[in-house]
Design a protein around this ligand. Structure first.
Ligand code: BGC
Length: 383
């Protein structure tokens, strides 16, 4: 039994109280065996978490990837707010390789794919303009992870994905063991907990790369989403989006989302150089934190048409906001959704891009005996 349904008829009745969900408004989930296949000699499947409110998420161990995420809208219908495919074949043939997976070892970019630890230089594989993006061509998003269904410490349904990255993979030193646990809470939070250890000094910056559209369809652009980002500054980059090391205030720029603002409001005023470099929003925000490492609110996204609100919380110092600038209409996903420009956004909670090459950025080094941890949460509500 691959499903972790904790929904029971009695619980659902209790939870819904006087506002029961008509069955046809609920999530339309894939069958438990819809993704069953073997890739690289390892079994691939689909894992389902559902809570008593009906919110549901399906995750495949191919890339520890979010496949769908059904959340209630203000009219009590459920919307799938993740862009993706209805089969593993879809993910394999997609022109955009980063729909919903965990990316790493180093999510985001490393200039020239080079870095040093303790005076020793390492050369990574490069896969974008001579730089490394999202851990390289054979990064974590391409791996078949080991999946284990469990109940987390808070009693919530969860699935734990583990990947052991061998020493030297994509040029990274050290055998790294990364566990990512997805849990679904009774109050509609999808919680991602990361934990990693290594047998030699290495660098690490994993993040989830889900593409969200709070309309529940890519037929409508995410430009209408109202976004608030709790950041006073961002990391400036060159034209290839490699950080210069400079931390620039958002004040007076189109990158200022401290006050909620429609994503599309300033998207096409491409006169500000960082917006030209990104072809829109594709920037790492330096999150305001009560203290370093604190779990705090990074962003709030709201879609007026559906009433869906997504709050992003993280203990990470940064968050890349990508406004789907390179989506090109070539990929057709679930329910025939076309991946056109600006039809999804990514909010990638993480360390800063290229941190190993900038002393003023938080360290991304993990050493033997240490444990890397990250908690990031996507919390859903309506208004
Ligand atoms: C990057 C974009 C890239 C996208 C898909 C984002 O994290 O910042 O530049 O196009 O991922 O690969």
């Amino acid at each position: 039994m691959k499903n972790l349904f904790i929904i029971a008829a009695a619980a659902a009745l209790l939870a819904c109280g006087s506002n029961p969900q008509p069955a046809n408004n609920g999530p339309v989930l894939f069958e438990a065996n819809a993704f069953d296949t073997v890739l690289k000699g390892k079994p691939v499947s689909l894992y389902t978490l559902q809570n008593a409110n009906g919110m549901a998420v399906q995750i495949t161990n191919y890339g520890a990837r979010l496949v769908d995420l059904w959340v209630p809208a203000a009219d009590s219908t459920f919307k799938d707010v993740i862009w993706g495919y209805e089969s593993i074949a879809g993910y394999l043939s997609s022109s955009d390789k980063y729909s919903g997976p965990v990316v790493g070892r180093y999510g985001n970019r490393i200039g020239k794919g080079k870095f040093s630890i303790d005076g020793k230089e390492y050369q990574l594989t490069t896969n974008e303009k001579g730089n490394q993006l999202h851990g390289g061509k054979g990064g974590f998003s391409t791996k078949v992870w080991d999946a284990k269904e469990l109940t987390d410490a808070d009693g919530n349904p969860a699935v734990e994905m583990t990947y052991v990255s061998p020493d030297g993979e994509q040029g990274y030193p050290g055998t790294l063991t990364l566990k990512v646990t997805y849990s679904l809470t009774p109050d509609n939070k999808l919680v991602l907990r990361y934990e990693a250890t290594t047998d030699a000094p290495t660098i690490l910056n994993p993040t989830n790369h889900a593409y969200f559209n709070l309309h529940g369809t890519s037929a409508q652009s995410t430009n209408s989403h109202i976004l608030q980002i709790n950041a006073d500054a961002f990391t400036a980059t060159d034209k290839n989006l490699i950080p210069t090391g400079e931390i620039v205030p958002v004040e007076g720029t189109p990158l200022d989302f401290r006050t909620p603002m429609a994503i599309g409001a300033r998207l096409d005023t491409l006169t500000y150089e960082p917006m030209i470099f990104g072809g829109g929003y594709d920037h790492n925000y330096v999150l305001n934190k009560p203290e370093a490492g604190a779990l705090s609110e990074a962003a709030v996204v709201y879609e007026p048409a559906t009433g869906i609100v997504m709050t992003v919380l993280t203990d990470q110092p940064g968050m890349q906001f990508y406004s789907g600038n390179y989506m090109n209409g070539k990929d057709v996903g679930k329910r025939g959704d076309i991946h056109n420009r600006h039809t999804a956004i990514a909010l990638e909670t993480q360390n800063f891009p290229d941190a190993p090459n900038h002393e003023n950025f938080p360290s991304a080094v993990l050493r033997p005996g240490e444990t890397y941890t990250q908690t990031s949460i996507y919390a859903f509500s309506v208004k």
